[in-house]
Design a protein around this ligand. Structure first.
Ligand code: PNS
Length: 163
């Protein structure tokens, strides 16, 4: 039986830190599903479909290997998606103690809801300061985001082709 993990997030937009976690997870599981989820607590920059496309382009562009499905999810609990595809593990990147505090309650709730475990991965420390919210802010003020995001995202944000 193939072992499947889900890598969820807002990915608004996907950053080099996210891509690093995706690449590491793809080496550890037979198949990973990168699931773009609407987070009602955040004001979105990009529609979910565009975030999915950017992740697909970035994975191709970076030549990341593995069986990787990228999709959006906006109906119900994330663990319902996990159950639907037969995944028993969620993978999250942890940059700091703040991330641990933010992720811990979600991990416990997801385990209680559907016995889905959360595995925390440490991305390359080079990306420890990178967040999508910082990228959105720098881009909105006309700054260069290319050190923090994959090429397809930098190109999109620099040409302002945001729906
Ligand atoms: O990148 P983010 O915004 O930190 O990702 C958070 C996300 C989208 C993974 C989280 O909000 C989530 O799991 N949302 C799905 C709704 C859900 O299942 N909630 C209950 C358990 S936390």
């Amino acid at each position: 039986m193939s072992r499947i993990a889900v890598v969820p997030g807002s990915f608004d937009p996907v950053t080099l830190g996210h891509l690093d976690v995706i690449e590491r997870a793809a080496k550890l599981w037979d198949q990973i599903h990168v699931v773009v989820v609407h987070n009602p607590g955040k004001t979105a920059l990009l529609p979910i479909a565009q975030r999915v496309t950017l992740i697909e382009q970035s994975i191709r562009d970076a030549r990341i290997k593995g069986d990787i499905v990228v999709t959006g999810w906006s109906v119900g609990l994330l663990v319902d998606y996990c159950t639907d595809v037969g995944a028993s593990v969620l993978v999250k990147g942890i940059r700091s103690q703040l991330d641990v505090s933010y992720e811990t309650p979600m991990a416990i709730v997801n385990r209680n809801l559907a016995n889905v475990e959360t595995v925390f991965m440490l991305p390359d420390p080079a990306h420890a300061h990178v967040s999508s919210s910082l990228v959105r802010q720098v881009a909105s003020l006309g700054g260069d985001v290319s050190p923090y995001v994959p090429r397809p995202v930098a190109e999109l944000l620099q040409t302002n082709e945001v729906d």
